[in-house]
Design a protein around this ligand. Structure first.
Ligand SMILES: Nc1ncnc2c1ncn2[C@@H]1O[C@H](COP(=O)(O)OP(=O)(O)O)[C@@H](O)[C@H]1O
Ligand SMILES: [Mg+2]
Length: 265
């Protein structure tokens, strides 16, 4: 299509949460959540344990209904399972009696999908482990299978609930690189719940801090990818977010847009 024919539309959020509240019995978990998610966003959600991060992710997946408030998907009111979304959990949830290939094939018409399954397993670095059993895999490899299983459905929204929480530090860094690569290649929109603030700043273009059931702060991260952990702005953002979560200091986060950008390598 020639440039002259292109219609430039104002980008609408693919998912919009409006005034979302969630109670469990007497317990008020989420109080007033307003969040807009645009195509290509990588949002990290951080906050103290029990603050409602997983609950928010389940609401986005349509696995949990909010007590009140509205969830809009592509501008339309949404109830029930969000078919645009796939969720990946910390424990991977592989079926031990199925091999790697068959775990990814769950819910698919196998014959028509064989090539895609092999391709996605290749992309997550498991092209030579199709016939392995989950018990033969390391923790990192199991999470690669879980990631492949989520991505085979080509979700518009990839929801990650502490997917790397049980992995050692080096494996986590390898997984960050993999997730970043796939996010770019597949133009995914991703929401990552994590308790690791460095992980949040390494991957996200926006870090959302939840406190007392509300979004206490949204921090844009305007560092280019791949992110360098020893960059002064990286460390500054990590410290600001940690201070906010831990309540050490009250501070406003300045925009980091006018700070010098690091060259991608
Ligand atoms: N199905 C449920 N029934 C009752 N309470 C729940 C349920 N799910 C979560 N909660 C409670 O809601 C709060 C937030 O949980 P969760 O979203 O899992 O927190 P986080 O992921 O931030 O650690 C916790 O106090 C938890 O016990
Ligand atoms: Mg949780």
């Amino acid at each position: 299509m020639s440039k002259g024919c292109r219609v430039v539309a104002i980008e609408q959020p693919i998912v919009k949460l409006l005034n979302i509240r969630k109670d469990f019995g007497e317990k008020e978990v989420l109080r007033k959540i307003d969040l807009q998610i645009h195509q290509g966003d990588f949002i990290a959600i951080v906050g103290k344990s029990g603050c409602g991060k997983s609950t928010l992710l389940r609401i986005l997946a349509g696995l949990e209904a909010p007590t009140s408030g509205r969830l809009l998907v592509n501008g339309e009111e949404w109830r029930g399972r969000n078919r645009l979304a796939k969720i990946m959990f910390q424990d991977g949830r592989l079926l031990p009696w199925k091999n790697v290939y068959d775990n990814v094939a769950i819910g698919l018409k196998e014959e028509s999908q064989k090539q895609q399954i092999e391709q996605i397993l290749q992309q997550v670095g498991l092209g030579d482990r199709l016939h392995s059993w989950p018990s033969e895999l390391s923790g990192g490899q199991k999470q690669r299978v879980a990631l492949a299983r989520a991505l085979i459905h080509e979700p518009k929204l990839l929801l990650l609930d502490e997917p790397l929480g049980a992995l050692d530090a080096l494996t986590r860094i390898e997984m960050h690189e993999l997730i970043e690569k796939l996010w770019k290649e597949k133009q995914l929109t991703a929401i990552l719940v994590t308790h690791d603030v460095e992980e949040a700043v390494a991957l996200a273009n926006r870090v959302v801090i939840i406190e007392e059931g509300r979004i206490a702060l949204e921090v844009p991260v305007r560092l280019p990818y791949p992110r360098h952990r020893d960059h002064p702005l990286f460390m500054k953002l990590v410290n600001q977010i940690l201070n906010k979560i831990l309540g050490n200091k009250r501070m406003t986060v300045e925009s980091n847009s006018n700070l010098p950008a690091v060259e991608s390598q």
